[in-house]
Design a protein around this ligand. Structure first.
Ligand code: ADP
Length: 478
């Protein structure tokens, strides 16, 4: 059985000697590898290495140096694209075609967008036309990157790209469930030949993450994960006023107005909700539908959900795979049961596995109708292939329903009326809006408000998140 027992500190691999964890394959439910986590001394050594590399010069590196480093990392990731896809497919159960064209492609697109943002970025410029007031964007220092398992390359790429471009050095602590992808990424970064200590990687679970953020040499924390852990990190970081970016959960609404192209809206809406087995923070999980098209929408949604194929990760095709772990599977099943208990109307799917998959953490693509704002299904992030549908009678009510959860990550609008689309887009309390299925540009800011967290990743915003602003007055020239 494969053993993953290495951490990467100061430009070299070292043997990990912390806790041992069994890695369970989500398709077979059996252990297929063992992970040895970083010990607390390895965690401290990784931060010390990042500190030393920052002070030794990376923090003062010029943009050309950072661009060249990032370009080399991209080349090394491209060279390993197939290895990444097959690893992501095995470790989180992503179907192989989606792993390649969705997961790996997204990570690379974000890195390329960060590289493009560096083309025009200035870190030192006059405040006005008067040259003696300058504004500088300086790297914050040592960054802790704590990432989840659901987009294992992409979530790291977003942080890694921003941190390198900003001039920070870093310690990555990937999710214990997706460390194998992080190990391939670390091999790619090693091959890209960065100065030792600029990038370090330690494996482990929440305790290792907690040790990392409480290290006084960490200057900035970039976290993606659950709202519960985000709260903990924000509270910890507050003790030392450590800068944080928190990209947390979501419960995003998809608003279907009467004049939308209904078959397209339903097809795309369900695909968006079910993609990655529903394990995306920005999934369009609450479909709000104008009452005069509600019944047609339900019929179509039931049909499409029933036709949505669930199958094994190694098979080629556009199906969805299993939940990542037994815990996630149990959580999704419990939400489905709660929905039934609370009286939501099941129109597709339901509890249990699909009939042809008696083994593995497979959920059935599920649609609930008549879901009210007071129901758990309407309010809580499920992180599984479960869509809720709710009717509305007016644009105002649609906006009110969309904004009626504590989250504020994304919003989706389907309408032929461009003025209405614009009005609603402005009224949604979210960080990102997509109209009529328009996909997001890789360099657009990613993040939200409310319980979805704060700060932004990607493009120029993702770089600025790792920098601080300094104003210098009285400097005649620079
Ligand atoms: P999920 O439930 O989706 O796995 P988590 O928020 O638990 O989301 O995990 C996201 C990342 O945060 C993982 O890398 C995990 O190991 C890490 N993590 C979990 N708990 C803590 C904690 N208390 N402090 C720091 N990192 C943590």
């Amino acid at each position: 059985m494969a053993l993953f027992d290495q951490v990467y500190i100061d430009g070299a691999w070292q043997k990990a000697d912390g806790d041992t964890r069994a890695l369970i394959n989500p398709d077979t439910e059996t252990q297929d590898a063992t992970l040895i986590c970083a010990s607390s001394s390895a965690c401290a050594a990784a931060v010390a290495s990042a500190r030393a590399a920052f002070d030794a010069g990376w923090g003062r590196s010029d943009i050309a140096t950072r661009r060249a480093a990032l370009a080399r990392i991209i080349t090394e990731i491209e060279a390993r694209a197939d290895a990444f896809a097959s690893c992501i497919s095995t470790e989180i159960g992503a179907p192989i075609d989606f792993a390649r064209t969705g997961q790996v492609a997204a990570g690379l697109a974000h890195l390329r967008a960060t590289l493009a943002a560096l083309e025009t970025l200035t870190n030192d410029a006059p405040l006005t036309t008067a040259p003696d007031h300058r504004i500088r964007h300086e790297p914050l220092g040592v960054a802790a990157l704590i990432t989840p398992w659901n987009w294992p390359l992409n979530q790291v790429a977003l942080k890694l790209g921003g941190a390198i471009a900003a001039g920070c050095t870093m310690v990555l602590k990937p999710s214990e469930l997706s460390s194998r992808t992080a190990i391939i990424l670390t091999e790619a970064i090693h091959a890209a030949d960065l100065p030792p200590g600029v990038f370090n990687m330690i494996t482990g679970a929440g305790d290792v993450g907690a040790a990392l953020i409480s290290n006084p040499d960490v200057d900035v924390v970039s976290f993606t994960g659950s709202t519960a852990t985000g709260r903990f990190i924000a509270a910890e970081a507050a003790q030392s006023m450590t800068r944080t970016t928190l990209e947390l959960g979501g419960k995003s609404a998809n608003l279907l107005f009467s004049d939308c192209d209904l078959p397209t809206a339903i097809t795309q809406g369900l695909a968006h909700c079910f993609r990655n087995a529903g394990q995306s923070c920005n999934a369009a999980t609450r479909m709000l539908v104008a009452r005069d098209i509600y019944n047609d929408a339900l019929t179509l949604a039931a049909q499409i959900a029933t036709q949505t194929e669930v199958n094994r990760p190694h098979l080629s095709g556009a199906h969805i795979g299993p939940q990542v772990s037994a815990a996630q599977f149990a959580k999704v099943q419990s939400f489905i049961e709660t929905g039934v208990d609370q009286g939501a109307r099941l129109v597709a799917g339901g509890p249990g596995r699909p009939d042809h998959l008696p083994r593995g953490f497979y959920s059935r693509p599920t649609v609930f109708a008549d879901v009210r704002p007071d129901m758990t299904l309407f309010q809580d992030e499920i992180f599984g292939p479960v869509l809720t549908m709710t009717p509305f009678d007016s644009e105002e009510e649609a906006i009110e329903l969309a904004n009626a959860t504590p989250y504020g990550l994304a919003g989706y609008i389907q309408t032929a009326d461009a003025k209405r689309a614009d009005r609603v887009a402005q009224a949604l309390r979210v960080g990102m809006v997509q109209i009529n299925g328009q996909s997001r540009e890789a360099g657009a800011p990613f993040g939200g408000r409310g319980l979805s967290g704060y700060g932004r990743e990607a493009g120029v915003w993702g770089i600025r998140a790792f920098q601080d602003i300094k104003s210098i007055s009285g400097a005649a020239a620079f």
